[in-house]
Every structure is written in C-alpha cells, then in structure tokens.
Design a protein. Structure first.
Length: 255
C-alpha cells in the first residue's frame, strides 16, 4: 500500500515538515525537487501549493494532503476533512481572512461596499461572503501585494492576516472578518473508503494531532517528602500522576 500525501509548499512548508518530524516522520526536501524523501515506505510525498491541494485531493491525484479551510472553500472542493490541525506559519492559532479598507475610508461595514471594487486572492470565498450579506460588488483577483491597491485600484481588499502587521504598515483598518481558517488534513473520498489507506491516514493524523495538542502543555516533575504527597496531589492538575520512591529516604518522585 502506498499513500500519496500532499505537503503544502510555501508558507506552511517549513512548519508542516517540522510537525511531521516531531510526529516521527522525517521528511527531507531537496533543492528544486518536488518529491521529498520520507522515512516511511508507505508514504509518497509531493510538494503542492496549499491553494491547489484540495483540487488535487478531490480529483484523486493525491490520496490526502494538508491545506487550509479557506482553500477548501475557495476551490469548493468535495473532500473528507479528516481533522483540524491548528498551526500556521508563525503560530499555533487560527489565522483570518479580513475585509479591510484605508484608515480614513468612509466605508464602515460590508454593506457600504455595494457596487464597489474589492481585490483579493480568494474570489469565490469573497463572493460567497458578500452574498451572505446581500451585497453585490466587483470582486477582482489579485496576484499579490494586495494591500497597496487601496484606494487607487480598489475600494477594499480581502486579505489574510496572522498578526495584522502588514495591514497596519499600509494604513489599513479591518472592518469585518470574512473567515477564520485553520489547517485541515483532507482525504480523497475514495481513498478514505479504502480500509488500508484509511488506517494509515488515521495513524498519521493521530501522530500529528498529538504533537499539536502537546504544545500548550508542560511536564511537571518534582521530588518531595512522602508525608506531603497528599497535599501535593490535591493541587496538581493531573488526576493520576506517576509516583516513584527514591532510592534513599522518605522522598518520592512525582511526574
């Protein structure tokens, strides 16, 4: 059995490969090569832009892959969302697509943009958002540097932000959140119906989730007198810590 796995190329690439490594999968990317080596004979990796991942997983060119909820919606892809993995380029928290205008703009809400021009990389996502608010506008695809297009080339933009620093640097203000998005592990429907492939996908996602779930947690270890153990256990967040007696004396190790 061979599982064709899409690794997102671009902003998520480094953080994705790091999480896989911590989960026990060592992925090596060679320069100018889009087929990374991995130390698991059941996996065949391919680097694909996150923007296209859902389309190729839906079509069966890939069995599974990692991409954002935003790109699943933008491609209107019919795939299995196996699990949510909350990580991004710089942090372990969701990122947002936001509707932004110039700081001194008269536009205060999406309703004010009726008939106006909005530049964005996510045309379908923006069109669906506007429709949900009963607004019709001219949505133009932007190839990049979207922040500089307001107000000369567009009245507003829909742009992704993790920290908001780029928007602030270009004197833009956010007037609404279009979508809060996180990374998803997705699978082709037919592939996920295959017992062997599904079992492999579930094992991989279990390992990835364990890495991400461990991020906000800490391991507390201490040595203490055994006669204080009861009071210590009352304040520990763990319901069943490991207790070991030390080699000498009436002390215990608590973990």
């Amino acid at each position: 059995m061979e599982l064709k796995l899409g690794i997102p190329k671009g902003s998520l690439q480094e953080s994705t490969i790091k999480i896989f490594k911590e989960a026990g999968y060592d992925i090596k990317v060679r320069e100018r090569n889009y087929y990374p080596a991995v130390d698991d004979p059941e996996l065949k990796c391919m680097l694909i832009r996150a923007q296209e991942m859902a389309r190729y997983v839906e079509g069966g060119e890939l069995d599974c892959g990692l991409t954002g909820l935003d790109w699943i919606k933008e491609n209107r892809a019919n795939v299995v969302e196996v699990c949510e993995l909350v990580y991004a380029k710089q942090s372990f928290r969701p990122i947002k697509w936001v509707l932004a205008v110039k700081e001194d703009s008269p536009y205060m809400s999406v309703k004010d943009l009726e008939g106006k021009t909005i530049a964005t990389e996510v045309v379908n996502l923006t069109t669906d958002y506007l429709a949900s608010h009963g607004v019709t506008a001219n949505v133009e695809f932007s190839w990049g540097t979207t922040e500089v297009k307001v107000p000369q080339l567009a009245d507003a933009i829909v742009e992704i932000t993790e920290t908001g620093s780029s928007l602030r640097a270009n004197n833009l203000k956010i007037i609404d959140t279009v979508l809060e998005t996180t990374t998803r592990f997705i699978a082709n429907k037919k592939a996920y119906e295959d017992p062997e492939k599904r079992a492999k996908i579930d094992r991989v996602t279990m390992m990835l989730r364990s890495v991400i779930d461990a991020v906000p947690k800490v391991c507390l270890m201490l040595n203490a007198p055994e006669n204080n153990l009861e009071s210590i256990l009352e304040i520990l967040p763990s319901e069943n810590p490991t207790i070991s007696h030390l080699a000498k004396g009436d002390w215990v190790d608590v973990m």
